[in-house]
Design a protein around this ligand. Structure first.
Ligand SMILES: [Ca+2]
Ligand SMILES: [Ca+2]
Length: 476
């Protein structure tokens, strides 16, 4: 009996085994990135026909940040900001290059997955997370390019007009889901989630669709009736109230112009292909989330789902990204998991820059001093918790958008402005910047405009590669 009492007392005095402590205070992180996914998901209000049941379910069980925006509206630069927690005005990347590790300002900055690895996490990463060169394997060799394996493409162009960029093609191809790199990645992630880990994990899974080319198997096209696909609102006079030099930020675009899309009769089928690709990637997300649900990690894993920027499909007569309007900056952003009560969607502004500080806080890691975003923990506790700082997006040097709960101010390098009231004008049709009644709100929002900005950093090869072409609007 004495021995038993002694053992019971001893069990209270001894520290808990490390694994138990780690599990109770450090949740796992499943970090799901989607490439070029705009707000055409049914948990946002971007397109009335979008079918995304798996992401909708995630939105319902966690926090849906309906006013979330990228830091830079183009792939690599946005990802450099997400993964470093640093804005373009500091790191100087506003385009498809240079790579993270080429940026002098990020040389000593650990990516979020590196930071978690350095603080005791097991890291696994697969797909397009940081770099464009990626494959469907998951590896603990994070932050490196690992060669490229993409989904198969038809031998000949399928839908695109002959003079368009090769990336801008679309159609029902290949025949089976199993041939798609994103499906293979989802299945690899699902397999990895079945494993047991002796430490908490940070698993990054980066899907490539709905990035162009918009090829997905036929069944995803069949989800939508091509003849009844709704096209975005695009009044002819919408561009009349824009400042002259809004055009200059569209240099380098490889996307077709709106005139090219309309003249070739491609708008409806491109819209159809984008919606098909969105439902396809939703299915990929579902494979991973179902695997998590049936695993031992379900109760102790934070799920974060984000897209690197939005995408225009003709709104403001523009295609693709790089603008400072809602279609380019707005992104799906969902966070769910232990401690996050389901609740109303959060209307407060959120930035992808906030992911790094948010996850560091939720996982009880030491604060990282380099971060420029704000933790979203207050809005995860209470979705109506107000937030003073707006979401700031920068596109090329000197052009910024300030998005608060109700407003968007755009300020271009030459000082020209646009102002939109999202309470009455969610499509940003009416530029109020010249109306004297809005002087005060412009002054208030302008205090957030970056006053210092690093010039655009370009490596030598980048300077050679990008030859500016005329913007979509200039070409008309
Ligand atoms: Ca992208
Ligand atoms: Ca307008």
């Amino acid at each position: 009996m004495k021995n038993l009492i002694f053992l019971i007392l001893l069990s209270f005095l001894l520290p808990l085994p490390r694994a138990v402590w780690a599990k109770s205070t450090k949740p796992n992180v499943l970090f799901i990135a989607i490439d070029d996914l705009n707000d055409w998901v049914s948990f946002l209000d971007g397109h009335p026909q979008a079918k995304t049941p798996h992401m909708d379910a995630l939105a319902k069980r966690g926090r849906n940040f309906i006013n979330a925006h990228c830091a830079v509206p183009v792939c690599s630069a946005s990802r450099a900001s997400v993964m470093s927690g640093i804005a373009a005005t500091t790191h100087g990347s506003y385009e498809l290059g240079p790579r993270y590790e080429q940026l002098p300002a990020l040389r000593d900055v650990p990516t979020i997955q590196r930071y978690f690895k350095d603080h005791g996490y097991t890291t696994l990463s697969g797909g397009k997370v940081l770099h464009h060169d990626f494959n469907g394997r998951l590896t603990d060799d994070i932050d490196r390019s690992l060669g490229r394996k993409r989904s198969p493409r038809p031998r000949k162009p399928m839908s695109r007009p002959a003079n368009w960029s090769g990336a801008w093609d679309w159609g029902a191809y290949p025949e089976q889901d199993a041939e798609m790199a994103d499906i293979q990645l989802a299945q690899n992630a699902a397999t990895a989630l079945k494993e047991n880990f002796d430490k908490p994990f940070f698993m990054s899974v980066g899907f490539f669709r709905p990035h162009v080319p918009l090829f997905v198997p036929p069944k995803w096209f069949e989800l939508y009736d091509a003849d009844k696909v709704a096209l975005p609102k695009n009044p002819r006079t919408d561009l009349d109230d824009l400042p002259k030099n809004f055009l200059s930020i569209n240099n380098y675009a490889v996307a077709p112009t709106h005139a090219e899309v309309v003249e070739s009769g491609s708008q409806r089928s491109l819209t159809h292909a984008y919606l098909a690709s969105v439902s396809f990637v939703d299915h990929c997300v579902g494979i991973v989330l179902d695997a998590l649900k049936s695993s031992t990690h379900d109760k102790n894993t934070l799920v974060v789902l984000w897209s690197d920027h939005g995408f225009h499909l003709g709104e403001k007569q523009h295609w693709a990204k790089r603008t400072l309007w809602e279609e380019s900056t707005r992104v799906p952003l969902l966070i769910a998991g232990p401690g996050i009560q389901p609740g109303k969607p959060c209307k407060e502004p959120a930035s992808l820059l906030d992911l790094y500080p948010t996850l560091v806080e939720l996982c009880n890691l030491p604060k990282a001093s380099h971060l420029e975003g704000l933790s979203l923990a207050p809005q995860l506790r209470d979705p109506v918790q107000s937030r003073k700082k707006p979401a700031i997006t920068s596109s090329y040097f000197g052009n910024h958008s300030i998005r608060s709960r109700d407003w968007r101010l755009i300020s271009y390098e030459d000082g020209a402005k646009e102002l939109y009231d999202h309470r009455t004008d969610p499509d940003e049709f009416h530029n109020l910047s010249k109306d004297p009644n809005y002087k005060k709100i412009i002054t208030e929002l302008s205090q957030w405009l970056p006053t210092k900005a690093s010039p655009e950093y370009k490596s030598k090869s980048e300077r050679q590669r990008h030859t500016p072409r005329k913007s979509s609007h200039e070409k008309k």
